[in-house]
Ligand binder design. Structure first.
Ligand code: GLU
Length: 281
């Protein structure tokens, strides 16, 4: 089977060295195997994504010499795809509308004896809206109250029945524990769909066979694997890589302007030097 990898940045800022490392890792894996490398823009959040950053991403990748195959998939142009998945899960009783504000959730968590956190550090949703009646839901939606769509995790796990695993390169099969994430958001109040939904849908649609990405997203794979099982999507091989850090050991982030590829280029650093400096994963 031909190997298909992808680089899937969100255009919320300029790319830095950490992104270059992630992109180069995916590109090298595809090119070394005579496979395909795809570029996907995960711009589902209209408040944070900007067209100028999408353009800058392409310019930076071209400068690095990381050429991509096929047309760039731009998630905001495919909202109907994500809507169809949400509709399907709704029809199967696996997602429900959640009207909670952050303050509602914080109050509930404070009032309860425990506040479990998911493996990615996020707070597990306490379930306030899980058991609202169909009539209440319909009335609140009709009244125009904003709502998110949450996966009913217990039902979803029950629907797939078998224990789930994902294959991490160099590590072997990892047993999935999606329940530890609670009722994750699949449709956001402020965006038509969530990262978990779009990334899993698109990897399946685009036939991605190897997902390389930073190890900060490794825990999210537990949720992604569950969505794959629910939707009958294939499961790629995963290879989460280390994150680049600054000299003080802090993970590179978009706020670190000094490390943007644009600045490095302006300072006269060549793409060859930069790629050699980062080394292979
Ligand atoms: N869009 C995500 C990000 O920029 C990465 C998605 C992925 O590689 O799975 O962090």
């Amino acid at each position: 089977m031909p190997i298909i990898t992808r680089f899937a940045p969100s255009p919320t800022g300029l790319l830095h060295l950490g992104h270059a490392y992630a992109a180069a890792t995916a590109w090298r894996r595809a090119r070394a195997a005579g496979g395909r490398f795809l570029l996907r823009l995960e711009d589902i959040d209209p408040s944070r994504c900007r067209a100028e950053f999408a353009d800058a991403i392409k310019t930076d990748l071209q400068w690095l010499g990381l050429d991509w195959d096929e047309t760039v998939r731009v998630q905001s142009e495919h909202l109907a795809d994500y809507r169809a998945v949400l509709d399907d899960l709704t029809a199967r009783g696996l997602i429900y509308p959640c009207f909670c504000t952050r303050a509602d959730i914080a109050r509930e968590v404070e009032a309860s004896a425990s506040a479990p956190h998911a493996p990615d550090g996020s707070l597990v949703y306490p379930g306030l809206c899980r058991h609202r009646s169909p009539a209440e839901r319909a009335a609140r939606i009709a009244a125009g109250e904003p709502f998110a769509l949450r996966l009913d995790m217990a039902r979803a796990v029950a629907a797939v029945a078998d224990p789930l695993w994902f294959e991490e390169e160099g590590e072997g099969p990892i047993r999935c524990i999606p329940a530890a994430f609670g009722d994750v958001v699949l449709g956001r109040k402020d965006a038509p769909a969530s990262y978990h939904l779009c990334v899993t849908h698109d990897d399946a649609l685009q036939g991605v066979t190897l997902v390389t990405r930073g190890e900060d997203l490794k825990s999210a794979t537990h949720v992604h694997r569950l969505l794959q099982a629910l939707m009958g999507w294939p499961t790629p091989l995963y290879a989460h890589h280390r994150l680049l850090t600054d000299p003080s050991g802090r993970r590179l982030a978009k706020r670190d302007r000094a490390a943007t590829l644009r600045d490095l280029r302006a300072a006269g650093v060549t793409a060859t030097t930069l790629l050699a400096m980062m080394g292979s994963p």
